[in-house]
Design a protein around this ligand. Structure first.
Ligand SMILES: C[S@@+](CC[C@H](N)C(=O)[O-])C[C@H]1O[C@@H](n2cnc3c(N)ncnc32)[C@H](O)[C@@H]1O
Length: 417
C-alpha cells in the first residue's frame, strides 16, 4: 500500500556541473518524471524498481527527497532516459533538465539561454512549443519570457524556430515541447523527451463513457498493491483500461513498446540503443497468468474493451463479459479494482447512492476477504459502500479531484465492517 510522502514544493536544485547534460554519451544528466497530482510516490517507486533512485535493491530506508510536487527527479545517461520512457507506467512525461540560471532582466535571460546546448535537441528551424510559468519573479510576463527563449534558440541555431501550439495527445515529435519555469528569479529550462503524453500507449483507440487515463489505471493497480498473480476483477470496466493495464503489468509488457517518442527526433538519437532496450524487455519475467475479469453492462463498452485489449497484445489474458456488476462470480481471493460511474462525468440523474450501496452489499456477499480499490469523486457515494477503509489516495481524473479508497472486504453486513 502506498503511503503519502513529505514533498518539497518548488524548483528542484540542478547541480551546476550537470546543468548541460550530455545525452549523447554516458555522462549523467538530470531528468524529471512528470506525475499527475497524487501519483508522485508511485512514479518514484517505479524509478526505484528501475534502479534510478536508491532503495530498490539495497533495502535502504526509502529516500523521498527526489519527490517534488508534480513529479520526481532522477539522473542517468541517455539509456536511462529512453528506458524511463519505455517502462514507466504512471508518469505523464519525462523532461531533460537543459539548464538553470538566475535572470532578472530580459537581456540577461536571452543571453544566458543562448549559452545552452539547444542543438542537441532541436534541428535548425524546428518548430517549438514553449510552456512557461512564472512565479514570485521579476520576470513575470510568460509571453515575454517565451519570446526571449525563442530568440535565444534562434540565435544559437542561426535559424528562426517558429512557435507552435502543442497538442498533448497527438504530438508526433515535429514540434518540440520546451518547459520554462521561473521561481524566485531562477529560470529552469527543460526539454520534453516523450512527445505525446505517456498515457498514450497506443492501444486505446476506442473509448467508452468517462475513460480513465492509462497512467491513472496503472497507478490504481500499483497503489492497491495487486500482487500480479491473484485474480483481479473490474466490474465497471468501460473501455477496459484497468484490466488491460493489469494484464500488461502481469506480462511485464512495457507500456511504451509500440509508440514513438520526441527523443527519436533529436539530432543525437541513437536507434541502436533504443532497439537494444526494446529487445531486452522480452527477457522480463511475466507473472504466472492471473485471472483478470472485466465486465460492464454495456455491450458497446465490452466490444471496445476487447478491441483495445487485442491491440495491446493482452486479449488472451482477460475474460470479458457483458453483465451487471451484481452478476460477478469471483473465484479464489483477489482484488477488485474499479471506477464505478459517478455524478460529474456520467449521469448525475442516476440513483448513484443506490448503486454504491448495492455494490457494497455485492462485494461483502461475493468477495469476502478480497482487497478493493475504488475510485470516485464523491465521499457521500463512497460512504454508501460501507466498506472498511485502510488507505486513501487523492488523485485527479479528467481534471476532477477524486479519491482512490482501498481496503479489505469483510463478510459482515454492517455499517463499519
Ligand atoms: C466510469 S465508467 C468506467 C470507465 C473505465 N474505467 C474506462 O477506463 O473506460 C463506468 C462504467 O460503468 C458501467 N456501468 C454503469 N452501471 C453499471 C452496472 N449496474 N453494472 C455494470 N456496469 C455498469 C458503465 O457502462 C460505464 O462503462
Amino acid at each position: 500500500m502506498v503511503k503519502h510522502s513529505d514533498r518539497r514544493p518548488g524548483v528542484p536544485a540542478v547541480n551546476p556541473a550537470k546543468a548541460h547534460p550530455l545525452p549523447q554519451d554516458s555522462e549523467p544528466a538530470q531528468f524529471f518524471a512528470v506525475a499527475s497530482p497524487g501519483l508522485e510516490s508511485l512514479v518514484a517507486e517505479e524509478l526505484r524498481r528501475l534502479d534510478y533512485l536508491p532503495g530498490a535493491t539495497t533495502g535502504a530506508t526509502t529516500d523521498h527527497s527526489n519527490e517534488l510536487e508534480g513529479g520526481v527527479e532522477f539522473s542517468g545517461d541517455i539509456r536511462a532516459l529512453y528506458r524511463a520512457n519505455l517502462r514507466l507506467r504512471t508518469a505523464s512525461r519525462v523532461l531533460v533538465r537543459l539548464g538553470e540560471f538566475r535572470a532578472v532582466g530580459f537581456y540577461e535571460l536571452r543571453k544566458k539561454a543562448t549559452r545552452l546546448p539547444w542543438e542537441r535537441y532541436l534541428h535548425p528551424g524546428q518548430p517549438v512549443s514553449l510552456r512557461v510559468t512564472c512565479r514570485k519573479s521579476r520576470l513575470y510576463h510568460s509571453d515575454a519570457v517565451a519570446e526571449r527563449i525563442l530568440g535565444a534558440i534562434s540565435d544559437r541555431l542561426n535559424h528562426l524556430s517558429p512557435a507552435q501550439p502543442y497538442d498533448e495527445d497527438s504530438a508526433s515529435g515535429e514540434v518540440q515541447l520546451v518547459v520554462v519555469r521561473f521561481l524566485h528569479d531562477i529560470c529552469t529550462i527543460s526539454i520534453d523527451s516523450s512527445g505525446a503524453g505517456l498515457h498514450r500507449r497506443g492501444y486505446r483507440q476506442a473509448v467508452a463513457k468517462a475513460p480513465l487515463r492509462e497512467t491513472l489505471a496503472a497507478g490504481m493497480l500499483l497503489a492497491a498493491g495487486w500482487d500480479l498473480s491473484a485474480p483481479l476483477i473490474d466490474p465497471f470496466c468501460g473501455s477496459g483500461t484497468v484490466a488491460i493495464e493489469a494484464a500488461m503489468l502481469a506480462n511485464a509488457r512495457p507500456p511504451g513498446l509500440e509508440r514513438k517518442f520526441a527523443f527519436m527526433n533529436w539530432p543525437g538519437f541513437d536507434p541502436t540503443i533504443w532497439q537494444q532496450l526494446r529487445r531486452s524487455t522480452t527477457s522480463l519475467s511475466p507473472s504466472p497468468k492471473p485471472l483478470i475479469h472485466a465486465s460492464d453492462r454495456d455491450a458497446g463498452a465490452i466490444k471496445m474493451a476487447q478491441e483495445n485489449a487485442a491491440r495491446a497484445g493482452v486479449g488472451d489474458f482477460i475474460e470479458f463479459k457483458q453483465q451487471a456488476f451484481s452478476a460477478i462470480t469471483p473465484v479464489g481471493r483477489g482484488w477488485v479494482v474499479t471506477n464505478p460511474p459517478y455524478g460529474v462525468r456520467v449521469s448525475a440523474a442516476q440513483d448513484l447512492r443506490n448503486l454504491y450501496a448495492h455494490l457494497g452489499d455485492v462485494l461483502r456477499k461475493q468477495c469476502p476477504g478480497w482487497h478493493y480499490a475504488i475510485l470516485c469523486n464523491d465521499d457521500k457515494l463512497l460512504a454508501q459502500l460501507r466498506l472498511a477503509e485502510t488507505g486513501r489516495l487523492q488523485l485527479v481524473n479528467g481534471g476532477i479531484p477524486v479519491n482512490l479508497v482501498m481496503g479489505q472486504i469483510s463478510s459482515r453486513n454492517r455499517n463499519a465492517d
